[in-house]
Design a protein. Structure first.
Length: 477
């Protein structure tokens, strides 16, 4: 087999391949065998029809077509390996010559990973937030814990914010009680925002036996999204009683003997959280600086596919679950279709560029992934997916996704190498030591950049905001 490579641009090549006809023998034999199993000819047993009879009855062309379709992937792969290419996606194949008994020639155009030169990144400098935990932060954390141990006492007075009320609810739409619009003995803390919009104002000031009616847009059920007339009756009012902040509470709510030890532990936990956030911030900002140093040509088809995937996920998953159309979403965000497309394209370019640059760094630094690192990463991915490790591992293996997970871990290690070489200072001017940073945390940061997780969360928040605005507009009508 002869093959040649023509570089069309930095991210696309054309392979020209010429195959002697004798190399099609195995595929021709397989084609005759396959056709033998599919057809019947009078006078011959199934599967025993001679090749010359198949040629006469069904045409040599049908056999050649089957053989070529079978052989092309093998010849294409051989040509790719011979040229040491890193193809992206499926090739566009064109058969340029097929002479029976003589030759098969074809071309294959395919996107390839661009050659990337990793520059010296030791001069990267970034600033991150300082780790500061105030007394107010600690008090808020302890108060949240205290609230979980609160008790309630029934009271004979009007309900106020913070009280726990027991409610009977009835919802009507167009004067008709909904089949799923009646509920009894519902426990609700006034001010928590966990039920219908408008319910806090309705029940505040009511005593046990009091009743009120208000209008609210339903968040779920058979009439989701519709305005309903809701009648609420308070059957019980209970006041929350918080435990005293003393050593007895510390012993009840934790493993500590004193309230001071409990507060010290809360402070340490908050510092650890801020340290984790600081490391993530450093990784994100170092990655941004690294990407600024490298010129990366982006394959057009790969970019188009990535943009389409992101738009599909937003429109059919995030927005679809909220009952919003892309048009309504853009209307509330004050964006044109062109602006939205430009933003999506920019995010996709960042993801592709991140992957290309870190993969090149993996190769340059010869970074490997051992079984322990892969297992740890798999466990984390399983937890975030809501699946058990065994279920997730099985899905990964069956889906042929093991190389993808290995790549994620390797990119995390590559980013860790860059972060360790960079100079990181906090807003107080103190140097931050990240030499012992968690490589798995770096892998999470890379995933967010490649998959656009941060952008997804931002779009979800904007979608929620748009949904709320739509609800307000409908209520105003």
């Amino acid at each position: 087999m002869k093959s040649a490579v023509e570089t069309l641009n930095p991210t696309r090549v054309r392979l020209t391949v010429e195959v002697p006809f004798e190399e099609l023998k195995d595929s021709l034999d397989a084609a005759y065998k396959k056709i033998n199993q599919q057809v019947t000819v009078k006078g011959f047993r199934k599967g025993k029809i001679p090749a010359r009879v198949i040629d006469q009855r069904f045409g040599r062309g049908a056999v050649l077509e089957e053989a070529v379709n079978d052989a092309l992937p093998k010849f294409y792969t051989e040509a790719v390996n011979e040229a040491d290419l890193n193809p992206l996606g499926q090739p566009d194949v064109d058969i340029t010559e097929l002479k029976d008994g003589e030759v098969l020639a074809f071309t294959a155009e395919v996107d390839v990973r661009p050659e990337i030169e990793i520059p010296d990144f030791s001069g990267i400098e970034v600033e991150v937030d300082a780790i500061e935990v105030s007394d107010e932060d600690v008090e808020k954390s302890v108060e949240q814990l205290r609230g979980r141990f609160a008790s309630t006492t029934d009271v004979e007075r009007a309900a106020v914010e913070g009280d726990v009320v027991t409610l009977d609810l009835e919802a009507k739409v167009d004067g008709e009680v909904l089949p799923d619009g009646v509920a009894s003995d519902v426990s609700y803390t006034i001010g928590s925002g966990e039920l219908l919009e408008g319910i806090d104002e309705a029940v505040t000031g009511l005593e046990a036996g009091g009743e009120a009616t208000f209008t609210s847009q339903l968040k779920g059920g058979s009439a989701e999204g519709k305005d309903a007339e809701v009648t609420v009756k308070v059957t019980k009012v209970s006041a929350k009683e918080l435990p005293a902040l003393d050593d007895e509470f510390a012993q009840l709510a934790s493993e500590f003997d004193t309230i001071e030890d409990l507060k010290a532990d809360s402070r340490k936990r908050l510092e650890d959280m801020k340290q984790y956030d600081q490391a993530t911030q450093a990784q994100e900002r170092v990655l941004e600086k690294l990407l600024e140093l490298v010129e990366v040509p982006i394959p057009e088809k790969l970019l188009a596919d990535e943009v389409q995937t992101r738009k599909h996920n937003l429109e059919h998953h995030q927005l679809g679950q909220m009952g919003l159309t892309i048009e309504k979403y853009l209307e509330f965000q004050g964006k044109t279709v062109e602006e939205f497309d430009a933003e999506t394209s920019e995010q996709a370019i960042k993801g592709i560029k991140t992957q290309f640059v870190l993969d090149a760094l993996v190769n340059k630094e010869k970074l490997g992934v051992n079984q322990e690192e892969l297992t740890e990463h798999l466990m984390r991915r399983a937890a975030s997916s809501g699946m058990s490790p065994d279920q997730f591992a099985q899905a990964v293996v069956e889906g042929g996704q093991v190389p993808m997970l290995v790549g994620e871990v390797a990119r995390g290690k590559a980013l860790a190498v860059v972060v360790e070489a960079a100079k990181v200072v906090d807003t107080n001017g103190e140097v931050v030591d990240l030499s012992d940073e968690d490589e798995e945390q770096a892998a999470e940061t890379v995933e967010a950049a490649v998959d656009g997780d941060d952008e997804v969360k931002a779009e979800e928040a904007k979608a929620e905001e748009a949904k709320a605005e739509e609800a307000k507009a409908e209520e105003a009508k």
